[in-house]
Ligand binder design. Structure first.
Ligand code: NAP
Length: 435
């Protein structure tokens, strides 16, 4: 028998569990650890609540969690409750699938003003993430700025734009829905430091913006290179750029606008009494290598809420080699050290879709299977040893049935069309479990 510990129960963790189960059958016990009693990481706390088709992938992970060789062990923080070195003593291999939950910093003056938040915080707030559910972002002003030209920027801008009715059928948490419904924001400016050809936004996500009930997407065609030059783009990017161009042709009167401001690099955030009021932006142009180069010309973008969506990083864990620049674990094709691996964003950095994690997890599982042939055995204690250690330390692990109880409570409280309006808040978790 082999024992594997996967740290993190998001997409990368679950695809790796699925792959290891396929490789080893009943010759392995696979434990998926998470710091929270609720699994699925990015699916529950990161994917936008109005993108239910993406969230539905958790049904596939349910099947993995329910299979005989796999266990979910929640409420255990690796690096605090148990070290990676200890896990390596208990398990044949340890796979770090902890994602990239921390916001990258802008590194500009004014970043600490009230009203300037990172996308992990904002996204966590509307998804009921334990660390950010109480964020209470300032929505009382009329102007917001979203920094970055990726899909997360689109998620944040779209969530700020939607009406209450447009959230019907989503699983947005109740406190965020009420606050967004009462929001005074009328202008959302998306700041991209480069141009339309350099966006990291995908066609489906951009296309949604043309159909918002109360918000009009606005572009300035002067920011675009000649339309013929779109031909040189790869097809997906060409589609994205053509959707952006079409926004210029929408003729409609809507109460809110979402302005795409290209070649606009934030250089400082200013405001009185410690609160953000405006972003000072420098006009840029592309240099020979396609990077943003400042022109020296600056202007102001009013914003009492500034959300930076410029990427994420994986937190370091004591004793694990770390790549500071990349914000991920130092690894060679997922291998960090003997019997220690990384998958997903903790391996590659914060890029790619949920599906990208599948081949990633399978590749690492293949490496493990090559190093420890299915059928071979080592007498490591696995979950039994881990649970003994946690009990000595007063840590109370939770299991998959506990998660089911939390989920059932949520379902019972929900009204149709709003499944997480009254979600089980982190402070209620152990009450629901009767502990
Ligand atoms: P991303 O795609 O890497 O985009 C980050 C953006 O931030 C880029 O436009 C980048 O511009 C900009 N940026 C970086 N540093 C900056 C700075 N200092 N100042 C101004 N702008 C800066 O990252 P993401 O949006 O966080 O998304 C992460 C991954 O999740 C992506 O693969 C994304 O597609 C995926 N995702 C998918 C969906 C979906 O499928 N619905 C939803 C959300 C996220 P430069 O290009 O100039 O560096």
């Amino acid at each position: 028998m082999r024992h594997f510990a996967i740290v993190g129960s998001g997409p990368a963790g679950f695809y790796t569990a699925e792959a290891l189960e396929k490789a080893y059958g009943d010759q392995a016990r696979i434990d998926i650890l998470d710091r929270y009693p609720v699994p699925y990481g990015l699916i529950r706390f990161g994917v936008a609540p109005d993108h239910q088709s993406l969230k539905a992938v958790s049904k596939r992970y349910d099947k993995v969690a329910e299979s005989a060789g796999v266990d979910f062990i929640g409420n255990v923080t690796v690096g605090r409750d148990v070290s990676v070195a200890e896990l390596l003593g208990l398990y044949d291999a340890v796979i770090l699938a902890i994602g990239a939950p921390h916001d990258r910093k802008l590194g500009i003056p004014g970043e600490d003003l009230h009203g300037v938040i990172g996308s992990a915080e904002f996204v966590g707030w509307y998804n009921g993430h334990p660390e950010f559910a109480e964020l209470d972002p300032p929505l009382g002003g009329t102007h917001a700025a979203v920094i970055g030209n990726g899909n997360v920027a689109l998620d944040c801008a779209r969530i700020l734009s939607k009406t209450r009715a447009e959230f019907e059928g989503s699983d947005i948490v109740g406190h965020a829905l009420d606050a967004l419904d009462a929001s005074a924001i009328r202008t959302i400016t998306i700041l991209g430091r480069r141009g339309p050809h350099q966006i990291a936004m995908t066609p489906k996500e951009l296309g949604e913006l043309g159909h918002l009930d109360a918000t009009l997407p606005v572009v300035d065609l002067n920011d675009f290179p000649p339309v013929e030059s779109d031909q040189a783009l790869e097809p997906g990017q060409r589609k994205s750029v053509s959707i952006l161009r079409e926004f210029a042709n929408i003729r409609a009167n809507k109460p809110k606008t979402m302005i795409f401001d290209f070649f606009a690099r934030p250089v400082r955030i200013e405001g009185e009494e410690g609160k953000a009021e405006r972003v000072i932006v420098e006009r840029t142009e592309l240099d020979e290598k396609g990077a943003a180069r400042g022109t020296g010309e600056t202007y102001e973008v009013p914003a009492s809420l500034v959300i930076s969506c410029i990427g994420y990083s994986t937190p370091p864990i004591e004793g694990v080699a770390y790549d500071e620049r990349g914000g991920k674990f130092l690894n060679e094709k997922g291998r960090i050290a003997d019997r220690l691996y990384a998958v997903g964003w903790a391996r590659r950095g914060p890029t790619g879709t949920i599906g990208t994690n599948r081949p990633d997890g399978y590749e690492v599982a293949d490496q493990i299977a090559a190093a420890m042939e299915p059928g071979s055995s080592q007498d490591r204690p696995g979950a039994e040893g881990l649970k003994r250690l946690l009990a000595e330390r007063g840590v109370m692990p939770t299991d998959y049935d506990d998660w089911r109880k939390i989920e059932e409570t949520e379902t019972t409280r929900a009204r149709p069309g709003s499944p997480r309006e009254k979600f089980v808040r982190p402070e209620e978790w152990f009450g629901v479990l009767g502990r």
